[in-house]
Design a protein around this ligand. Structure first.
Ligand code: GLN
Length: 197
């Protein structure tokens, strides 16, 4: 059966994720309403602005349904702001910043600082035999991981060398970078494999 994979479509780079998923033989749908979320076997939370996305999720009455589905084990993949939304703990967030949570990680928003707040380059990732072209845009990094969290990738060089930028915990996956830009769907494929399994 063809799985249905949603992209949370409240804000952010929704179209690019839908395109990446559509290339992978899944039914890719935009999710703006609880009913659309119900139809999903898996969900991508895109990059954008985590504070705005969380506020919109609350207004559109999606925040609690999202928490319930994630808690119930729906495979979910967060990229950049989406990683922040999946994190149980956020550093440098706004005082009222809410998250969906579920991933036992602490993320730091806008962690790479002004000078290198956006950069790109090849990055090795567990599960892929060749590096991905990783695009970081005012990205968070993972500052702490709980015992159930598997580190999939770390920054390899520069001041941020060693920082964790991709993780997995059970059915949840998150990257600091944007795998949806650049026409390489291998990271999405890892996620779709998780949805199918
Ligand atoms: N800095 C953004 C935030 O805190 C994330 C940036 C992105 O998703 N590209 O939500």
């Amino acid at each position: 059966m063809t799985p249905t994979v949603g992209v949370l479509a409240l804000q952010g780079d929704v179209r690019e994720h839908l395109a990446a998923l559509a290339s992978l033989d899944v039914q890719a749908i935009a999710v703006r309403r609880p009913g659309e979320l119900d139809a999903c076997d898996g969900l991508v939370i895109p990059g954008g602005e985590s504070t705005t996305m969380a506020k919109l999720a609350r207004i559109f009455e999606l925040l609690d349904p999202l928490r319930k589905r994630v808690e119930a084990g729906m495979p979910t993949f967060g990229t950049c702001a989406g990683m922040i939304l999946l994190a149980d703990r956020v550093l440098d967030g706004t005082s009222d910043q809410e998250t969906v949570g579920g991933l036992d990680i602490t993320v730091r928003r806008n962690a790479f600082g002004r000078q290198v707040d956006s950069f790109e380059g090849p990055l090795a990732m567990a599960g892929l035999d060749a590096p991905v072209h990783a695009v970081f845009i005012r990205a968070p990094w993972v500052e702490e991981t709980g015992p159930g969290v598997e580190v999939l990738s770390r920054v390899e060089r520069g001041e941020a060398a060693g920082r964790v930028v991709a993780v997995r915990q059970g059915s949840l996956m998150a990257t600091s970078f944007h795998p949806e830009v650049g026409g390489d769907a291998r990271v999405h494929r890892l996620f779709v494999d998780l949805v199918r399994s």
